[in-house]
Write a protein that binds this ligand. Sequence first.
Ligand code: GLN
Length: 496
Amino acid sequence: MNDLSLIGEDEMELYELTICELHDKLKKREVSSVEATRSLLARIEAVEPRVGAYITVTAEEALKSAAEADKLIAEGKSDILTGIPVALKDIFLTKGIRTTCASRILANFIPPYDATAWLKLKERGAVLVGKLNQDEFAMGSSCETSAFGKTRNPWNLECIPGGSSGGSAAAIAARQATATLGTDTGGSIRQPASHCGCVGLKPTYGRVSRYGVIAYASSLDQVGPMTRDVADCAVMLGAVAGFDPKDSTSVNLPVPDYTQALVRDLKGVKIGLPKEYFIPGLDPDVKHALDQAIETYRGLGAEFREITLPHTDYAVATYYLVATAEASSNLARYDGVRFGHRAKEAKGLVEMFSRSRDEGFGPEVKRRIMLGTYALSSGYYDAYYLKAQKVRTLIMHDFIRAFEEVDLILTPVAPTPAFRLGEKTNDPLQMYLSDIFTIPVNLAGTCGISVPAGFSREGLPIGLQLVGRPFGEEAILRAAYAFEQATEWHKRKAAL
Ligand code: GLN
């Protein structure tokens, strides 16, 4: 069991403050952004050799932007994100700063422009401290497929942090960034958030621009925040959400002030418990945490009813057809010609293509390209890809029907707490199955959040998932906030 301690506010170091807490100190001029950034950089230096959350630490640039942020603050021109040190999954393009997507094929890629989500934070004065580890091209659930080494779970260094945004979650848990951004195609924000004891929100498809985010499966990919608490999550979501003419899938709807949703009252809120998600295979510690959470919600005035999402059984298979098909197409651009790794000594163009890809991609990425190419090939397209699209529609309808009866859906995030490093690397199917409760939300295109809801007997964090209607981010934030305020789970810290 880890040494879990509740740390009082007076003992807090700058590197462990939330956005809201740090903003308060910056505004009152009690501390400067340079001091906060230095504190974080020192923390990274101290724990990074054990955690491995970062691919690139941008110390020099960070101190420069922190000094600029301090100037803005002095001139009274700051807002809540000015001077706040953040870090990004290495899937977000950052102008002039290496962006690898954790792949050898992009090991030396320096993007010429910024991803919109990052640009929105940067324009408000956020300070970038570095780029975070992930599964290669966001393909994985454990952060073990990165070409840049493994990230460890700060709660137990023998365990995985979850994936694919494992670095983004571990950096929060290890207090190596104030807030981070991740991406979620099949659970990659919510599952690592659950495993590392932080808050992670996957917005509705179309809510946040993916311009400048390296594409994995374009009909599923979505950007979202990972933070220490729900209030910070609301701040970050509000900052990155919104229409972007550069992403044709982004939706032109006004962005509400999500912090206004943070009220404790849940009277009359109807929450659905899908019977297909509370299965015998569920780990007893996860089940216990969820049972307790349901009691807490009852105490807050919520009403529960059992619902059905009848096509749940087909979600993982459907996802692995749709996602791999799209990946095989998206990853065709890495040909050694325009950017990325190019094989030396290849004879002729075709050999150059194939050798560059062979040398540049890791085994999991190759497996997905092959699966996806097969599913799209003539003769198999109807049997696999087209069929998967039809099942996807049925899954979407499951949610639409459920939301006629209830306001929110409460589920586990993952069937078990974080597993051991190496435990599932030789069994892709077992790895894929760990996303069973998160994948349907991506297929349905709606939003979900993971909030800390307890610990296993071994001391590993367990999250609960709240799923909302499309563009119902305010409702899930509100329910997450009410739960957080009624519990102490988010206050525990990994002893590192
Ligand atoms: N684990 C899932 C996969 O490997 C989801 C990844 C993600 O959401 N990026 O595809």
